[in-house]
Design a protein around this ligand. Structure first.
Ligand code: 6R9
Length: 646
């Protein structure tokens, strides 16, 4: 066990809340949610103030979540316009390009206002109206933020698709939300390599219909084909529009964005977040978890294609008037010192990244860190997957010089913002634990029958009451929303995560208990990888499971059976890996493919994933009862032919 890191006196004094205040405020937040969130809601500028606060129900068949429902506001006004009077000349966004020799850019709040208005008018000129869905497929450049805020300004609903997703994945997301507008760039640049974003959009649009307009931002100046009547260059259209654009008055429960995320079954679902509650929650958690104060330089390394990029690169920090750094590149290019060089260059105070990045950098040793100063850092944070105590300690000791608390934030696309997290002035830290619930969050552990577990226990993590940042529905499929999250344990939000609570009431997330993989902090459904594999003409059947991977957290282990007459070979293995990359995107590349004559199935034809998981984990001791299998010999073959893993 690693040691407990107590809150220092200095932190307890300077932070927004200390331990006693956390306890008192938490108690109030769960006993009087209307009072607590009513006051907290005032942190935003409302056009018409709300008079109602919480109106939510988790009741089976009648799940309905509304916060601040009679208030009106605009997210872009809150993230940009309202800061102009006091901090118009303050930097809102620092842009650090992939290439360290490219000059960084500092965009003030005033400039941000001009850019967002201009972008909004370009969208209007394309015909985008309030309520329309706009797909954004962009690199990590400020224009991605302008595009998101421009949508918010005019009441359009953005659906950002991560730049690593394939044309097929993009097409599926465009079709699901019937999006008629796309914003992209000619190319992206990451780690010195170009990503053909516009070409991917062109390929995606071959596979779906209904897109009327594609706005293309210039990043590299590559010569990309433009389809007349459909594609327009942002720059050219922008010349003819005004830099003034009134904000649309939105209801608190009007949609702000859709973000697709993987579940245990079926296609990725469109998580829908709305306007008021989401922004209250994103901004409040950003302030409290990171103890953000005016003047702090804040850097979250997430891509805007993930929820972390939405809540903690863009909306939370900008609503708080912060300076937020957008980084186009990757942590290990051109060298493994890059992050710390960027920290020194911009005097970053708060740094937020994923355990997978920390583990990779840890693997390169202390020297690339120690040769940089990092004196500006005061707080370090992580998100995306459980952080192993060794990586936590390295982050704390080597990166933070044992000076900076490490804030391990547990949350999900569905939750909009932090749910279980330490507060730096209040919570003694235990490496590997996300520690304590945030204000208003009521976690509970239940066993597989739904029995509530008290005290120190391990079980499935549920949340028993709503919080303002909660997703409102699955876009276009409220039934799926209810079934996915509220039917396993009736009347409770099921997170899909397993969790242990220790004797001090600290929460330790143990990982997904459903068929969702977490590869380098990215969510992937095993079903998605399986359906990509079986789409290959030579593949008959496949089953995909996760296994522990030193860098990625989880690796992807795919069992594949071939069509009769097809022969397993090294070439086919490589071909299948490339195939999945092409079908979904590089993050879904299987690490291991094992060809098998058959998969272990029950007599009713259900694949026994438990057995496949054990084999992938090299755990053959306890395969359980295989006698109920339709063909027990299959298991012997699987064990004999298991693949060596990297
Ligand atoms: C924000 C984000 C959500 C899943 C979640 C859990 C895992 C996220 C974690 C963590 C342990 C943490 N997860 N943060 N596990 N400790 N601090 O990552 O959203 O992409 O939807 O993933 O990630 O398993 O259920 P999302």
């Amino acid at each position: 066990m690693s040691e407990i890191h107590p809150v220092t006196k200095d932190w307890a004094e300077r932070a927004w809340v200390d331990d006693a205040e956390y306890k008192a405020l938490y108690a109030r937040s769960v006993s009087d949610p209307d009072g607590f969130w009513g006051e907290t809601g005032k942190r935003l500028d409302w056009i018409k103030p709300f008079t109602k606060v919480k109106n939510t129900s988790f009741a089976p068949g009648n799940v309905s979540i509304k916060w601040y429902e009679d208030g009106t506001l605009n997210v872009a006004a809150n993230c940009v316009d309202r800061h102009l009077a006091k901090r118009g000349d303050q930097t809102a966004i620092i842009f650090e390009a992939d290439d360290p020799n490219e000059p960084s850019r500092h965009i003030t709040y005033r400039e941000l206002h001009t850019e967002v208005c201009r972008f909004a008018n370009v969208l209007k000129a394309q015909g985008v109206k309030r309520g329309d869905r706009v797909t954004i497929y962009m690199p990590m450049i400020p224009e991605a933020g302008y595009a998101m805020l421009a949508c918010a300004r005019i009441g359009a609903v953005h659906s950002v698709v991560f730049g690593g997703f394939s044309p097929d994945s993009i097409a599926g997301r465009i079709t699901d939300c019937t999006s008629e507008y796309v914003i992209t760039a000619d190319e992206g640049v990451r780690g010195g390599r170009k990503i053909p974003l516009k070409a991917n959009i062109d390929a995606a649009l071959e596979k779906c219909s209904g897109v009327k307009s594609v706005v293309v931002v210039k990043r590299t100046g590559a010569d990309v084909p433009m389809k007349p009547g459909r594609d327009v260059w942002f720059d050219e259209t922008a010349k003819g529009v005004s830099t003034d654009c009134p904000v649309e008055e939105m209801g608190a429960e009007d949609p702000l964005f859709i973000l697709y995320t993987s579940g245990s079954t079926g296609k990725p679902k469109g998580v829908l977040h709305t306007t008021g509650g989401y922004l209250v929650y994103a901004s409040y958690t950003h302030q409290m978890s990171f103890d953000y104060h005016d003047g702090d330089i804040y850097w979250c390394t997430a891509d805007v294609g993930w929820v972390t990029g939405h809540s903690y690169v863009l909306y939370g920090p900008l609503a708080n008037g912060a300076t937020t750094l957008m980084f186009e590149g990757v942590p290990n290019w051109p060298s493994v010192s890059r992050c710390w060089e960027v920290v020194d260059k911009h005097k970053v105070n708060i740094f937020y990244t994923a355990p997978t990045a920390i583990r990779a950098l840890m693997g390169a040793g202390d020297e690339p860190v120690k040769k940089t100063s990092r004196a500006s850092l005061k707080l370090l944070a992580t998100v995306g997957e459980p952080i192993n105590p060794e990586a936590w300690e390295w982050y704390y000791r080597v990166v933070g010089d044992s000076r900076c608390p490490v804030i391990d934030t547990w949350w999900q696309t569905e939750t909009g913002g932090h749910m279980i997290t330490p507060l730096p002035g209040a919570t003694p830290l235990k490496p590997g634990s996300a520690t304590q619930p945030f204000f208003g969050v009521k976690p509970e552990l239940v066993d597989s029958d739904g029995k509530v577990l008290e005290g120190a226990a391990s079980g499935n993590l549920v949340i028993t009451d709503s919080w303002p940042g909660q997703m409102r529905t699955v876009y276009g499929d409220h039934k799926r929303f209810e079934e996915t999250y509220f039917s396993t344990y009736k009347g409770k939000y099921f997170t899909g995560d397993g969790c242990r609570r220790d004797e001090d009431g600290y929460y330790w997330i143990t990982g997904r208990v459903d068929d969702v993989l977490n590869v380098s902090g990215h969510r992937l459904g095993t079903a998605e990888v399986e359906s990509a594999l079986v789409a290959h003409p030579k593949v008959s059947e496949s089953a995909v499971v996760g296994y522990p991977h030193a860098m990625k957290g989880q690796g992807i282990y795919a069992y594949v059976t071939l069509m009769s007459g097809e022969v397993a070979s090294e070439e086919l293995r490589k071909e299948l890996i490339l195939w999945v990359r092409k079908e979904i995107g590089p993050i879904a590349s299987p690490d291991v493919i094992q060809f098998a004559p058959g998969l272990p199935k029950t007599r009713s034809g259900k694949i026994m994933r438990r057995i496949l998981r054990k084999i992938a984990e090299d755990d053959f001791t306890n395969l359980g009862d295989t006698s109920t299998l339709a063909d027990p010999a299959v298991v012997t073959d699987l064990v004999d032919n298991r693949q060596n893993k990297k």
